[in-house]
Design a protein around this ligand. Structure first.
Ligand code: AP5
Length: 577
């Protein structure tokens, strides 16, 4: 594995005035200590450029750039769009594209020995013998450019024995992408495909016609693109697909390739950004300021959780929230449901929730933001007055908590309630602790009045429960269910974490679903290792929160988009996801 590591140190004085006029909480106790910044990201994500800008700004920094080249495998039936997506991936990520089909075609057209051997297999729509292709691929992968820039392997492995050859050489990708397209579409795509022999660009007579008559005139048809040969290639693909994917189940991402190519690429792009983030983190080159994620902690069923586990989740939530706010998002929610943070199971867990809220509030206060931490008070009047049990006493706990020795409480952090009148001009952001509807009382009116008053200032809901609860008074019906749901949905998740159990049980933990802004939902399976140590392995990722069927299918290793009723082993989740 090759590591690119570039480091430089700068010692320039701070020449620009701070952007925020308010004194920062950290400034109250820190002298002019130099900043230590590590910048990380995917290849071509702009690390070098940002370093230059930081330096130009005159900040006193230690700046290190670290990058781990990505290794990607892309697979799919003939004409599923592998070549098309590879073009876009290379443009964005700069990986070395290794397409066995392209290499073989070039050998054929140059009339080499390999080409002459391969030609008859290819023209018949059959696989070229393993020994030819495997030698070709391994020698290409060992070249310096592939080691330094990372690689994108397209069309290999195409059989179980090819996958085994790579395993033996310990060549493993970071991610295995499979493009899924229905058969009838594939045949149409092959028949309409045309290639530009000059640029290598792939066209389709209907969906991607050439840009000019000049290009059109030089386009060629692949000899294996007849209907009959495509059907034979498809058969061979199907026969091998399952055996190949069994080697890469834990890194497999099956994507729907039957969508516009830009849409497919958007999903691939976000997946690769996430994967490259993860590989950067696993390098040995140090701590990263922003993305210090280290995998899911174990022993989550032991309550109370250790201080380390609590800290892990606080940091995880905080980093995601900061990324979302830096990205300009203003209506956010955090949903985290480990046993220790679930007051529905035990009201005392509210203490852990308070600790989480304190970490978030103090961190933003450190940036000089004035944060209002809000807890809803009792709602309704007379017999309807009341508040959810979990929140009883919460405000007092918050007021008595230790907010540090630097006078954060009442200067940078204020405690308030929920409602428009809680919004003061000097407040920069609001954190609302577990806002929830109580039987007969709906918090949404007060919440909406508050967010209207907050305008474009950030409002973060921590573990909200905004679903309707039945009530005899009808108070909850005042605003209209649709509008209430629409309002609740206007908050986007910046963090989500939920443990998964077998249907009808709460033990043992079978997996976890995590989302940390701006990345995808990640589905993990908990496995017991040989040494008795448990670990979480990633099964799949999703652009949106997966439903119960998608979770079931991923656990059972089924392909995406297969319809299935919500009665599998994870049926329990249907009520809570
Ligand atoms: P190879 O070139 O790898 O062929 P393939 O796997 O059959 O894949 P294709 O190149 O046909 O399709 P693609 O998925 O790249 O789709 P494309 O982007 O072009 O291999 C050729 C032969 O070489 C094999 O049959 C075998 O003989 C031999 N070989 C290769 N590797 C081997 C190995 N490892 N072992 C043994 N033998 C090996 O798109 C297709 C069309 O659809 C285009 O017209 C495109 O414009 C259009 N299109 C793409 N995306 C979209 C979209 N989203 N919407 C609409 N149209 C789209």
């Amino acid at each position: 594995m090759s590591h690119l590591f570039k480091a430089f140190t700068l010692s320039l004085a701070l020449s620009n005035p701070p952007l925020h006029p308010k004194p920062k909480r950290s400034e109250q106790r820190l002298s002019s200590e130099p900043l230590k910044v590590m910048i990380s990201g995917a290849p071509a994500s702009g690390k070098g450029t940002q370093c230059e800008l930081i330096v130009q700004k005159g900040l006193k920094v230690n700046c290190s750039v670290s990058s781990e080249p990505l290794k990607v495998m892309i697979s799919g039936a003939p004409a599923s769009g592998k070549g098309t997506q590879c073009e876009l991936i290379v443009q964005k990520f700069g990986l070395v594209h290794i397409s066995t089909g392209d290499i073989l075609r070039s050998e054929v057209s140059s009339g080499t020995e390999i080409g002459n051997k391969a030609k008859e297999f290819m023209n018949a729509g059959r696989l070229v013998p393993d020994e030819i292709v495997t030698a070709m691929v391994t020698s290409r992968l060992s070249r310096e450019d592939a080691k330094e820039r990372g690689w994108l392997l397209d069309g290999y492995p195409r059989s179980f024995s090819q996958a085994q050859s790579l395993e033996k050489l310990k060549i493993r990708p970071d991610v295995y992408i499979v493009l899924d397209v229905p058969d009838e579409i594939l045949i149409d795509r092959c028949i309409g495909r045309r290639l530009d022999p000059l640029t290598g660009k792939i066209y389709h007579l209907k969906s991607f016609p050439p840009e000019s008559e000049e290009i059109k005139a030089r386009l060629v048809i692949r000899p294996d693109d007849t209907e009959e040969k495509v059907k034979s290639r498809l058969e061979i693909y199907k026969k091998n697909a399952e055996a190949i994917s069994s080697s890469y189940l834990n890194i497999m991402n099956k994507l729907n390739g039957n969508r516009p190519k830009e849409e497919v690429f958007k999903e691939i792009e976000s997946l690769l950004l996430q994967v490259s983030k993860d590989t950067v983190q696993t390098t040995k080159s140090g701590n990263f300021l922003q993305d210090s994620w280290k995998g899911i902690p174990t022993k989550l069923n032991n309550i109370p959780h250790s201080r380390e586990i609590r800290k892990y989740f606080y940091t995880d939530v905080l980093e995601a929230t900061r990324r979302a706010i830096n990205d300009g998002r203003t209506r956010l929610k955090v949903e985290i449901n480990i046993p220790e943070l679930n007051p529905e199971m035990d009201v005392y867990r509210i203490g852990t929730l308070m600790e989480l809220v304190r970490v978030i509030a103090l961190s933003f206060a450190d940036d000089g933001k004035r944060v209002k931490v809000c807890v809803q008070g009792s709602m309704g009047q007379g017999a309807q007055a009341g508040m959810p049990l979990q929140l009883a006493g919460t405000r007092q706990i918050l007021e008595f908590m230790d907010w540090g020795d630097y006078g954060a409480l009442e200067t940078f952090v204020k405690i308030g309630s929920v409602g428009a009148k809680e919004v003061d001009e000097q407040d920069d952001m609001f954190i609302i602790v577990a806002p929830q509807n109580a039987v007969g009382n709906c918090i949404i009116d007060d919440l909406k009045a508050m967010t209207d008053a907050a305008g474009n200032r950030s409002v973060i809901l921590v573990n909200p429960r905004l679903k309707d609860l039945p009530g005899s008074s009808g108070i909850m019906q005042t605003m209209g269910r649709d509008k209430r749901l629409e309002y609740a949905a206007s908050f986007e998740n910046c963090y989500f974490f939920r443990l998964l159990y077998y249907a009808g049980t709460q033990y043992p933990i079978m997996g976890a679903l995590r989302m940390s802004f701006p990345y995808r939902y990640e589905l993990y399976k908990r496995v017991d290792g040989l040494s008795g140590k448990e670990k979480y392995v990633i099964l799949s990722t999703f652009p949106e929160r997966p439903n119960i069927d998608e979770i079931n299918d991923a656990f059972e290793g089924k392909p995406r988009n297969e319809t299935k009723k919500a009665s599998g082993i994870w049926g329990f989740l249907s009520g809570i996801l």
